[in-house]
Structure formats: structure tokens, C-alpha cells
Design a binder for this molecule. Structure first.
Ligand SMILES: [Zn+2]
Length: 389
């Protein structure tokens, strides 16, 4: 019943640069709207505007500030270890707070601004008294970064190693009578340089977004074709393609702001698709930030369905500073799980670059994610006891 060729065909059609607010983004939204409309569902466009610049300014300020603090901690490590330790804690704490995501941070995206885009949403409303909502989603936008994924990862690791060496320098000063100056100095310089390089991070419109996220949108449209006819009458079924996921998930926040009422008076489940089709095992993005769990119940359900379907799955932590549409849902207490696939390799390393082409999509992985999503959707709609809102 799942047509993988059709999913891949749509993914290839959608795989062109489509950063929020660009003509490519508009073209992508028209495509998604058309595909969802073909299923016979009622499709709505939720336009919105925002300003992502304050968030980038804050991020840059934070990284430059942390660079200066780590440098200071390094310089003080051998002479004033207590002060150095305090500075180190402040730097790491500030970085951790901002990069680990928190509901209050969403306020930075609240105001209107120069970027105009939209969420595309198809709905099969419940025909009987609604018992639960099921939201399936996959963002339609793409972005490129001036720092590629491996480069960004390498500088992040260097920054952490630098901070660690400063820490070693501090401890050394506490235990030794005549501590050496070099650990603090070297660690501080390495960390500061790495953070300053990371502060140059900019978003652009070079990525065709093949595995991020054209493959997943293809799966979403296929789900919209398959599920409505077989959904119980008392299930409110949504197929949501948010915009501006690549600008810190603003689209998901706006959608939640607009639909909060409909989601709080009955239980709701959320299945997000992002990165579906990267070659390799199916991936469950189960934790985010510094280890916060999205939804243990959805994780358990995913594993159960995967076992039955004989699909190999792997649970993964989304590292701090990496965003995904499931996070704003989790911040509002909605159980959300993201299905992806793959491991470190050419396809995943090309994410957010011009090399993220639809040819990187693996048909086995696409098919397995789609099968798992269908299996989970049926379980949720029919069998799973709903969580209390
Ligand atoms: Zn994505």
C-alpha cells in the first residue's frame, strides 16, 4: 500500500533550494499544497512572518562572550583558580542554557518581521465526537550553512576540549604548589578560537534539502493518501508541513499558537518526520538538549511496531543546539516523536549544504520509515490508550 516510488518522485521534485521567505520556498509550498489537495483533504495555508535576526544576534553575543570568558578563565587558571573556576562555570552555564532549548527562549521569535512564509496543513476532521488528535508532520523548508556539518562538529568538539583543558589547569593549580601556566593558556586560546569561528555561522539558500527534508515530505503526502480512509471517525487527523523549521522552528511555534485550543481539550499525539531516507537504520530522535526525553510512550510504541514489522531501529539523542519541530510541541506538553534514518555518512554529512540532493535518499530507508509511521499511526488511532491532555 505504501508507494515508495511515488515518495521518491515527489522528493526529487521538491529538492531545490527553499530557504524560508525565498521564491524557492514559495514554489515548494505550492507543490506541497497541491499534493495534499490531491488526496481530497481540506488544505489550509497559515501565513506568518517573523524576524530571526534577534536570535542570531543573541547567539553571536553568547558565543563571543563565552570565548572571552574561557580565555579569561584560562589566563587566571594558574594564579587565581577559584576565580577561573567561577568564570568557567558561568561560561558553560550560559552556553548550556541557550543551546539546550527552553520554552522561555521561544519569546525571542514572537514578533513579526521581514521573513514571510507559511505552514501548509491538511486536515481530516473527526466526524464523530473527537476522541483524540493525531498530528503527522514534516517541514518543507531547507537551508545551507557557511560551516558544513562536519566542520561545525569539529569546532564544537575543539571548543569543548579547550574548556576541558582549562578545567584541568584549574584543578592542577589547586593540587600543585607551582602549577604550569600552559594548560590554562592553551585551553583558553583553543576554546576561544573555536567559539569565534562558530560565531560566524550564517544560514543561506544553497541546499536542495533532499534528505532534509524532501524525503520526509514525500512520506507525509503518502501518509495523507493512505491514512484518512482508514482512520476512525472520532480521530482528528492532521498532516502538517511547517515552514521555517530551519529558522529555529518558528513555523511549528506559530501553528501551535493558532491551534492550542483544539489540542488541549483532547489528547494529542505527534509524529514528526525529519531526515527520513538517509541510508541506514531507522532512527528515533528520543531526547533533545541535555538529555530531555520527548515521549517514553511513543518511543516504546515505535519499538513495538518496529519489532512486529521487522524494522531495525536506533534511539538517538539530538545534541544541544540542534533544533527540530518536535521541540516546540514537547515544550507544550504534547508527546512527540521524530522518525529519521541513517548514520554518519555522505548523506547525513551533506545536510545543510548544496550536496544534500535527493539522490542521497535510500529507498529501503524511506520505505521503512513510511511503514513504521503507518504502523504507529494505526496503533495510536485504534489501540493505544490516549494520554490525558
Ligand atoms: Zn530538517
Amino acid at each position: 500500500m505504501i508507494d515508495v516510488d511515488r515518495i521518491l518522485g515527489r522528493a526529487h521534485e521538491l529538492a531545490f533550494p527553499r530557504y524560508p521567505g525565498t521564491p524557492g520556498d514559495e514554489r515548494a509550498m505550492a507543490l506541497v499544497e497541491g499534493w495534499l489537495g490531491e488526496t481530497g483533504l481540506e488544505v489550509r495555508r497559515q501565513p506568518f512572518t517573523y524576524d530571526v535576526r534577534p536570535a542570531f544576534r543573541a547567539l553571536r553575543l553568547l558565543l563571543v562572550g563565552a570565548a572571552l570568558l574561557l580565555l579569561a578563565a584560562g589566563l587566571l587558571a594558574s594564579t587565581a583558580p577559584a576565580v577561573a573556576a567561577a568564570v568557567l562555570v558561568v561560561a558553560l552555564g550560559a552556553g548550556g542554557t541557550f543551546l539546550g532549548w527552553a520554552p522561555w527562549l521561544e519569546r525571542i521569535y514572537a514578533r513579526q518581521g521581514p521573513t514571510a512564509t507559511a505552514n501548509i496543513c491538511a486536515r481530516r476532521p473527526a466526524t464523530a465526537k473527537p476522541r483524540l488528535s493525531l498530528i503527522l508532520m514534516a517541514h518543507h523548508d531547507s537551508k545551507s550553512h557557511n560551516l558544513t556539518m562536519p566542520v561545525r562538529g569539529a569546532w564544537t568538539v575543539l571548543a569543548l576540549i579547550g574548556a576541558l583543558i582549562v578545567g584541568v589547569g584549574v584543578v592542577w593549580s589547586w593540587v600543585a604548589a607551582r602549577p604550569p601556566v600552559w594548560p590554562g593558556l592553551a585551553g583558553g586560546v583553543v576554546a576561544a578560537v573555536a567559539l569565534l569561528v562558530l560565531a560566524t555561522l550564517r544560514s543561506g539558500n544553497l541546499s536542495p534539502g533532499g534528505v532534509d527534508n524532501a524525503g520526509s515530505v514525500g512520506v507525509l503526502v503518502e501518509l495523507a493518501r493512505i491514512l484518512p480512509a482508514r482512520a476512525p471517525a472520532d480521530v482528528d487527523l492532521w498532516f502538517l508541513s511547517p515552514g521555517a523549521e530551519e529558522d529555529h522552528m518558528v513555523g511549528a511555534m506559530r501553528w501551535l499558537d493558532a491551534h492550542a485550543g483544539a489540542l488541549t481539550d483532547r489528547p494529542a499525539w505527534v509524529l514528526n518526520l525529519d531526515g527520513a531516507g538517509i541510508p541506514g537504520r531507522v532512527v528515533l530522535l528520543e531526547r533533545f538538549g541535555f538529555g530531555r526525553r520527548f515521549s517514553p510512550r511513543l518511543s516504546r510504541l515505535a519499538r513495538r511496531v518496529a519489532r512486529r514489522e521487522e524494522i531495525a531501529v536506533r534511539g538517538v539523542l539530538l545534541p544541544p543546539a540542534m533544533g527540530i519541530d518536535a521541540i516546540p510541541f514537547a515544550h507544550r506538553g504534547l508527546p512527540a516523536l521524530t522518525l529519521a534514518s541513517g548514520s554518519l555518512g555522505r548523506a547525513s554529512m551533506s545536510v545543510h549544504s548544496a550536496a544534500d540532493v535527493a539522490d542521497n535518499l535510500d529507498r529501503t530507508a524511506v520505505g521503512e520509515v513510511a511503514r513504521l509511521a503507518v504502523g504507529m499511526a494505526f496503533e495510536l488511532m485504534v489501540k493505544e490508550e490516549a494520554p490525558r491532555p
